[in-house]
Design a protein. Structure first.
Length: 435
């Protein structure tokens, strides 16, 4: 049995590996600091981890020298194993400006030429390193002519007159990407269904979303032979359960929607995820967005670790960060809504820098493989946060988080494997256990 220990050094920001031997005697450590791991008790399957490739991310990527581009792609899609990426259907706030794929009402001018300048090259470079990346796409707004307000910003609604046209529009998007070798595996109906923002937005009530899904989008997918899985909601966790219950009470919506997407901006609400998992065990649950407003110190690692770990324990299948890369000022953003990203360009765009958050995310994404299943654990200490997974190859991943200001001693117990360790204050550690 080989136990590989992966730590995050807070000062130097890198991983180091050491091989431990199995503890000689378990009975010495029978105490309240025990963490029991049960590989035979399993829960949800993991599809992957990743981030969103916005036009701003892709534009920032385009500014890097060629050698740094290769390093970046390797860092994201090999070193920490990103395997699930979100794409924006036309523009969002993190675009160079607002755009859609068609202006004519019959969609005769539909094209994705704008995406081919920055977004598509980044996707294609990523696929060269990891050809198994799965993509989820989200629209921020229909084209302006399809909305009751005739503008893409400040909310508004999809006009009934254009619901079928919009379904056709989304099909054309999927088909256009497919022609370039990019499969859209998942799609949310609308980013932030309740949001009225100064950037691209569109409001859907539960009734609106069910109507569009059941009467327009799903039938149009079926007619065109599209197997993209559809997810509802895509907004904050506090209304996740109520939204799912209301929409899935419709028999057809429950049949046609494969799951629910959500964001973290309204706080923890992990119970909502867990209840949704319990009530709808066959549905996918995806965290599709989370970030912090721009702060040059960019020290949000504990918040990310806490959210990812507890989301996983609550039953999610995939976790996506917001922008995969931004410039040194948290943009570009055509509405000046600047944010942080775990990886950002340096001031002169000659290189990029990884914050400690990048390494914290890597504790999950690097070792928990697509197809892994969450496994059970038990512990006494509430200050020690734990999650555990069994990979398709049979290896066991255990991730522990200490977000308090004192060190914690503990003993891991799994079948005949026992070992003792200490987790320093405000830090993370992972174990990869292989036969």
């Amino acid at each position: 049995m080989e136990i590989t220990k992966i730590e995050t050094n807070r000062a130097k920001n890198y991983y180091y590996n050491t091989t431990s031997v199995k503890a000689k005697k378990y009975s010495k450590y029978l105490e309240r600091f025990i963490v029991n791991i049960y590989p035979d008790i399993t829960y949800q399957e993991i599809i992957g981890f990743g981030a969103c490739i916005t036009e701003s991310s892709a534009y920032s990527y385009s500014l890097l020298p060629e050698d740094k581009k290769r390093e970046f792609i390797n860092d994201m899609f090999s070193n920490i194993n990103y395997s699930l990426c979100r794409l924006t259907i036309a523009s969002c706030d993190f675009s160079l400006n607002s755009y859609s794929y068609a202006k004519k009402h019959d969609l005769s001018d539909f094209n994705i030429e704008r995406d081919k300048k920055y977004v598509i090259p980044l996707i294609q470079d990523a696929l060269k390193v990891n050809p198994d990346i799965r993509f989820l796409a989200s629209p921020w707004s229909p084209p302006s002519f399809m909305k009751n307000t005739k503008i893409r910003i400040l909310g508004g609604k999809l006009s009934k007159k254009y619901k079928q046209t919009y379904a056709d529009y989304l099909v054309k998007y999927i088909q256009s990407y497919k022609e370039l070798g990019i499969t859209i595996d998942f799609m949310t109906i609308q980013n932030e269904t309740n949001a009225i923002t100064i950037w691209e937005s569109c409001v859907y009530s539960p009734k609106d979303e069910v109507d569009f899904l059941v009467n327009y989008l799903y039938p149009t997918f079926q007619k065109n032979g599209i197997n993209t899985k559809i997810l509802i909601y895509d907004h904050n966790k506090e209304k996740l359960l109520n939204r799912a219950r209301e929409e899935f009470s419709n028999e057809d919506a429950n049949k046609y929607a494969s799951g629910v997407a959500f964001h973290w901006y309204s706080g923890n609400h992990f119970e909502n995820i867990q209840l949704c998992r319990e009530l709808f065990p066959d549905k996918l649950l995806f965290h599709t967005e989370g970030c912090f407003s721009f702060d040059p110190n960019n020290s949000f690692e504990n918040q990310y670790a806490h959210d990812i770990l507890e989301d996983l324990n609550s039953g999610i299948n995939g976790y996506m960060d917001w922008n995969i890369l931004l410039d040194s000022k948290g943009g570009p953003n055509h509405k000046r809504n600047y944010c942080n990203s775990p990886v950002m360009l340096v001031d002169d765009n000659s290189n990029y820098k990884k914050s400690l958050t990048y390494y914290y995310i890597g504790h999950f994404s690097k070792f928990i493989m697509p197809g892994a299943v969450r496994i059970a654990y038990s512990k006494y200490l509430s200050d020690l946060r734990v999650t555990a997974f069994k990979n398709p190859d049979g290896s066991i991943v255990i991730v522990l988080l200490n977000s308090v200001n004192y060190d914690i001693d503990f003993t891991i117990c799994m079948k005949d494997v026992y070992f003792k360790d200490t987790l320093e204050k405000q830090s993370m550690i992972s174990y990869l256990i292989k036969d």
